[in-house]
Design a protein around this ligand. Structure first.
Ligand code: SF4
Length: 424
């Protein structure tokens, strides 16, 4: 069978008021590991084609044209809620007899997606049951699988028709101006775990169980990426350092194999000296962490399960061991004050954070924050549910705060960006 797996175009995606345009002007192209993992699991006698419409900035029209040109027997779409409009258009317009959807969107909106024209949906993990479905009659329905031992899954292949690994090597020119400046850098992303056991109120990571690859598997994959020409690796986990023992074992394995390369990871702003030492000696040069706030009350409300003190210890250790900090801050928690926002740049400077990023608190679908806004009457209806049932282009959820406050938050974010990135 001819099988095409796609990510969705950005065209018509929901508008949010969370991210200042400064950060989106120079997007990083991340390898679509979700569809590659599914493609890896499909029996090789199928003819597989990958189309990463998201990373290449394809329009909906052009994506539909490419699908219809290839004329697959099965179209597999990886969907996130913010792109439900593009998904609905493609489901309607792609001339394919079997259209299926997986990805975070269908974990919550499987029935709604079937009603929009999907023949089958795959909740949670599709790595195993999509292939089973292909080989057992492709029946209509909602499928669900959750793979606890992800170490049992095959190594993700990165060579498929229509897939150019070279395009995902992030060199100095095509990434954030202020980050990763070295021209000689060839950076690829990988996952070493899935999910995050924490429950921050605004976070839409739905997988609450931390599932991980063994340290040997992690370093096997690193070696593979190095053999593909990368000299830098970014671990794109939801929370890489959930378990310090595992982090230390990954570092030991890198050193045992004598691998010399620089790498970075996404995780939590929590660190002890032993782990910091292990990270530094194994080549970790940067950690991307959600610090979110430097106000104890806000951190508590966010359910971050970190404190201002532990954040301080994290920053001190990173600075001592030469690990750069990329820190994400969220502005606009209900109890946050103007006074705090005024002081924030100084507090960040004191912590010697080199790359702070500023977002505005946003009620993503299926987050505790969004549910709270419905429960306390700020939202009179379930906007995300209505959007999932009938996606419209450029959907914008109503502001959960006054326009004046929103304006002040946006100005604060701009002021902070100017201070840290434009020498202002
Ligand atoms: S630690 Fe990060 S990934 Fe985990 S729930 Fe909080 S924001 Fe989400």
């Amino acid at each position: 069978m001819k099988v095409m797996l796609i990510t969705l175009p950005k065209e018509g995606q929901t508008k949010d008021f969370t991210t200042p345009s400064f950060y989106s002007s120079n997007p990083v192209r991340y390898i679509p590991l979700g569809i590659l993992a599914v493609a890896t699991s499909i029996s090789p006698d199928h003819d597989i084609r990958i189309l990463d419409a998201d990373s290449y900035g394809l329009s909906i029209d052009y994506t539909v044209r490419r699908i219809n040109e290839f004329a697959p027997d099965v179209l597999g779409i990886s969907a996130v809620t913010r792109k439900a409009f593009a998904m609905s258009k493609i489901l309607k317009r792609a001339n394919v007899s079997l259209k299926v959807v997986g990805g975070p969107h269908v974990t919550h909106y499987a029935k709604e997606t079937i009603n929009l024209g999907a023949d089958a949906t795959f909740k949670h993990d599709s790595d195993r049951n999509f292939n089973e479905w292909l080989n057992t009659g492709c029946k209509r329905g909602i499928y669900e699988d959750y793979i606890r031992n992800i170490d049992s899954l095959p190594f993700i292949r990165r060579e498929f028709s229509g897939f150019e690994l070279e395009d995902y090597m992030l060199s100095g020119e095509d990434t954030q101006k202020t980050l990763f400046k070295q021209k000689s850098l060839r950076r690829l992303a990988m996952m070493s775990s899935k999910g995050c056991p924490f429950r921050c109120v605004f976070c839409d990571v739905q997988d609450k169980e931390f599932r991980f690859l063994s340290p040997q598997r992690v370093v096997d994959e690193m070696e593979h990426l190095l053999s593909c020409g990368a000299n830098s690796i970014h671990i794109l986990d939801d929370c890489f350092n959930t378990d310090s023992n595992r982090v230390i074992k990954v570092c030991e394995e890198i050193k045992k194999r004598g691998l010399k390369f620089q790498w970075s990871c996404r995780g939590r702003a929590v660190l002890d000296r032993t782990t910091a030492e292990a990270l530094q000696s194994a080549g970790c040069v940067r950690m991307h962490v959600g610090i979110e706030s430097l106000n104890p009350e806000v951190l508590k409300w966010m359910n971050k399960r970190i404190t201002v003190e532990t954040t301080g210890e994290f920053c001190d250790l990173c600075n001592e061991y030469g690990i750069e900090i990329v820190a994400y801050f969220v502005l606009g928690a209900p109890m946050e004050t103007r006074e705090y926002r005024e002081k924030l740049p100084d507090m960040i400077r004191e912590l010697k954070i080199k790359y702070p990023f500023f977002n505005i608190l946003y009620p993503s679908a299926n987050t505790k924050y969004y549910r709270e806004l419905m429960a306390n009457g700020t939202y009179k209806m379930d906007y995300w549910q209505a959007f999932a049932e009938k996606p419209v282009p450029n959907f914008e959820i109503p502001l959960p705060r006054s326009e004046e406050l929103q304006d002040e938050l946006e100005k604060t974010a701009e002021r902070c960006i100017k201070i840290f990135f434009n020498g202002g």
